[in-house]
Structures are given as C-alpha cells and as structure tokens.
Design a protein around this ligand. Structure first.
Ligand SMILES: [Zn+2]
Ligand SMILES: [Zn+2]
Length: 348
C-alpha cells in the first residue's frame, strides 16, 4: 500500500488549531472548535474558468489509477486514514477530522471546482419538497423520504469546447398528402460548442447532469483548493481526456443533427447525413457540487439530486398505479410517466 501525505495542515484553524470543514453558508473554512471562518479566496480565482487546449499526441499523462489504496497518518491523532478507489476527500475514522488529497497525489490536476453554496438543511428541504409535489406519488412515499438524509459530493466532470465544420445532405418531403414529393438538399455550416458538460465517472448519471447541472455557469469556478472539499465526499476523474472526449461523441452527434435540422428549416426532414471536421478542442477537468438523497421504495433504490450551486432539484420516484389510472381520463398513463420522468430536465 502506498502512503500519502494528504492535506490536513491547511485545514487547521489558524486561530486555535482546531479542525475546519468547508461551510456553504459562510463560504469559507469553519472551525469546529472556535467557530471562526477562514477565507479561501486567492489572487488566482479569476483564472479558474480558463481552459486547456487538447493535444491528441499527449496521451497517458492523465490516466487515473483507481486501484491504488493510499494510507495517510492523521496529524491530529495518528490514526490511519485510507483513500480507496476514486475518493479525494475523507474523514479520519478516529477523530473525524477532514483529510483531503492534493493534486500532487492524483497524477493529474483537477483544474477547478464550484464550491457548495447550498447547505445540507436547505438541500434536505428541497429534496423532500420535490417528492411531495409529485403527482401520482404513492401515499407512503412522503414518510419514507422524510427519514432519508442528503449527502454532499463533489462530482467529476469535463467541459469541452470545439469548432465543427459540418457538411450535410438530407431529404425532406413537400406537398399535401395527395401530392407528396421528396426533395434533396445539402449545405455547409459551422458550429461552435462551448462548455459541453460530460460526466467523468460512471456514478454521475444523466439524472445529475441533465436534471440539475446542464446550464452551470463557468464563471463560478474557483481554483482547486483542498479546503473546499473538507468535510464533503469528492470523487476523482475515472477517465483520461481522450476517453472523456469519446464518451462526449454521442451527445455531440445529437446536437449536430438538431442544428442541421434548424439550418435546413423545413419540416419532414429525413435521411440526414453529415461529416464534420473538428478543431479547437479545449477542456476543463472540474468538480461540481451535488447533494444526493438516497431512499428505497419497496426494495427499489432511488435518488433525488439537488444542485449544490442553486438548489435545483430532480429525481427518481415511484408511481402509484391506482393514482395514474385516475389521471388517465386526462392523459394516457404512458404520457404521464414519460412526461414526468423527463419533462423537467430536457436532454441536454
Ligand atoms: Zn478555531
Ligand atoms: Zn485523526
């Protein structure tokens, strides 16, 4: 097992040497002993939203090793704190003090993060309120969710920019039903993608990205500092940049096809094809704050997620079959299920 020298001294209170955790309420490190709050601002804060140019020839330098377990000796009590798998932030199991890995311990640099601005109490309220407001929810759901507690997590993401030079061809139909004809069209267009958000861990489901974080504001990014993670769980990136770009391809295809349809501006477009020349790829390796409320309904694990930035809430929920049947006078049951499950988020 490797040993590591994770950050703890920076998490000490300069006033009384007590242990500090990040406080979303005070936007700083709050001492558990004396209650003083210490600022985490730096002169470089304004640079946190900067991006890196992607160089496809430089591969391998950022491959994360998630199989290693690292041991850290707690500077407060001497106990052993283990960092396993993707964990970036832990608490000492003996004295409960926060311990956070620095960028020197991860073989790559987490460039920036958006600190939590929503505290646990508010997130708890948001998650429970979301469940209460669902129509066709089973009657016993509210009580089950009332017992569940939110947990805060910094989740890993990529942002990608690119320039696309697209050439497309397509067919569309014109005329009335009695006189329908097929026409062909082709064209060229340029598309600039800016800050496409891509999950960098299999634990970050589309629920989180599409439901609550899809329009996050990069200007709220701050440089990675261990203090922001103190007291919160945090997960490192599971992929290299190249793998992140690969997994972004399907999203990009969907967006490009939609833009082409807008560009053609005709109804009845079909048989659409295109090729694109991609250039100017830029990326960021960032963490975004999420509150997650896990609950179980009749053996089925579900979760409600709350954005740690603005409290936006989205989730998974069971449906009451009798209640859906009662609504079906207005809409078909299927339309209710699909509309409620995906209506609030939108795909991207
Ligand atoms: Zn203190
Ligand atoms: Zn300890």
């Amino acid at each position: 097992m490797d040993t590591t020298n994770a950050t703890q001294s920076d998490l000490r209170c300069p006033t009384c040497a007590g242990q500090c955790s990040y406080s979303p309420t005070y936007r700083g490190l709050e001492c558990a002993s004396c209650g003083n709050v210490h600022d985490l601002k730096t002169d470089d804060d304004y640079r946190a939203a900067e991006e890196l140019g992607y160089n496809p020839n430089l591969t391998g330098e950022d491959l994360p090793d998630l199989s290693k377990t690292r041991a850290h000796h707690c500077k407060t009590c001497g106990g052993v704190v283990l960092f396993t798998g993707p964990a970036l932030s832990e608490r000492c199991p003996y004295c409960d003090g926060p311990v956070v890995l620095g960028t020197q311990d991860t073989s790559y640099e987490t460039m920036a993060l958006i600190p939590f601005e929503i505290d646990a109490m508010y997130a708890q309220h948001q998650a429970q309120d979301w469940v209460k407001r669902r129509i066709a929810a089973p009657n016993d759901l509210e009580d089950i969710v009332a017992k569940a507690r939110v947990a805060g997590l910094y989740a890993p993401f990529w942002t990608f920019d690119s320039e696309e030079a697209v050439e497309y061809w397509a067919q569309y139909t014109v005329g009335s039903s009695s006189n329908r004809r097929t026409k062909t069209t082709k064209g060229k267009m340029r598309i600039s993608f800016d800050d496409l958000l891509m999950p960098a861990s299999p634990h970050v489901t589309p629920l989180i990205r599409d439901g609550i974080l899809h329009d996050f504001d990069p200007s709220a990014l701050r440089p990675y500092r261990e203090g922001y993670l103190a007291g919160f769980a945090a997960e490192r990136h599971h992929q290299s940049v190249a793998d992140g770009l690969d997994s972004n391809e399907a999203d990009k295809r969907l967006l490009i096809r939609n833009r082409i349809k807008q560009h053609i501006n005709k109804s009845g477009v079909n048989n659409l094809g295109y090729h694109t020349h991609t250039s100017g790829i830029h990326y960021r390796r960032i963490l975004l704050p999420v509150w997650i409320l896990h609950y179980e309904y009749r053996g089925q694990p579900m979760k409600v997620v709350v954005s740690g930035i603005d409290g936006r809430t989205y989730g998974e929920r069971p449906f009451s079959v009798p209640k859906i049947a009662a609504y079906s006078g207005l809409l078909s049951a299927i339309a209710i299920i699909i509309g409620l499950a995906w209506g609030a988020g939108g795909l991207l």
